[in-house]
Design a protein around this ligand. Structure first.
Ligand SMILES: [Zn+2]
Length: 278
């Protein structure tokens, strides 16, 4: 089983919070304790990670920082205190998003989910949202509403999916059934924490439909807890999940190996931290 949490900058009080928040899930993983230590260098920087490293002492703060303590407008530049790194918040604007979408072979329609704060104090929405209509792998996703970053991740993922589908299943994937992208809410398993779904910065994949109509569901087919895949479908799903994380298509990849909430889907998001839950 591979379950790792990596935060690609030293220190920052929100990092301590994230460590506490994922601790129950990652402490039993072999690599997790080292990866969680605040003095470890970041082994896997990703483009979505922002901000300069901050002094270590703030990482000692044992008090988890709830999202409602974070600046609601999520503009890191406006933060007066550098230790107030915003790890959980609406994604940063991606420069030249439209050019990058075009370069990645993505067809899309403009869309918007304005940034807003709910009564319970959660910030939802994002600055750059599109309806993803078609990607470079020719997969139909049902036109989900996603951030620019997720759209770019989906395009990369399409390439991985088609390579692994041809390798393990001898066919290509025609359609993906997803379980949602935008949902203004706290994390299902961690009340008080805001899900990347609140920013349309995540997508949940339920199954892959091949060109012959056969469906490969995550539920029951994903080899859990490091078990050897039992069949070609399991090998396909395992390879897709691991490559998605390893090749930085998404910064967070959660599978049935991560917890029971994810027993029937892959959760993929573009958070500023990294979680390998494959
Ligand atoms: Zn999800």
């Amino acid at each position: 089983m591979r379950i790792r949490l990596l935060v690609a900058a030293a220190g920052g009080l929100s990092m301590a919070a994230l460590a506490a928040f994922f601790a129950t899930e990652v402490l039993h993983a072999e690599e997790a304790p080292a990866a969680l230590a605040h003095d470890q260098p970041a082994p896997t920087p990703v483009s979505s990670v922002v901000g300069e490293p901050t002094p270590d002492q703030t990482a000692e703060d044992p008090t988890p920082t709830k999202p409602d303590d974070a600046p609601s407008d999520a503009e890191p530049d406006e933060s007066e205190d550098e230790s107030d790194e915003v790890w959980v918040g609406p994604p940063d604007v991606i420069p030249d998003c439209e050019a990058k979408l075009a370069e990645a072979g993505i067809e899309y329609k403009p869309s918007r989910i304005p940034l807003h704060k709910t009564k319970s104090g959660i910030t939802c929405g994002a600055a750059q949202v599109v309806r993803y209509t078609k990607g470079p792998g020719g997969i139909s996703w049902g036109n989900p509403q996603v951030t620019c970053g997720v759209a770019l991740g989906m395009a990369k993922l399409e390439g991985i999916i088609q390579e692994e589908a041809e390798r393990h299943l001898g066919r290509r994937v025609k359609r993906i059934k997803h379980m949602g992208t935008y949902s203004c809410r706290e994390m299902a398993n961690y009340p008080g924490w805001v899900s990347e779904h609140s920013y349309a910065n995540a997508i949940d994949i339920k199954y892959f439909a091949l060109t012959n109509g056969k469906e490969i569901p995550v539920l029951g087919k994903y080899p859990r807890d490091g078990a050897e895949p039992k069949d070609a479908a399991g090998r396909f799903l395992r390879a897709v999940a691991r490559r998605t994380y390893d090749e930085h298509a998404f910064s967070v990849v959660l599978t049935p190996s991560f917890d029971r909430i994810h027993r029937n889907h892959f959760h993929l998001d573009m958070a500023r931290y990294l979680v390998d839950g494959t």
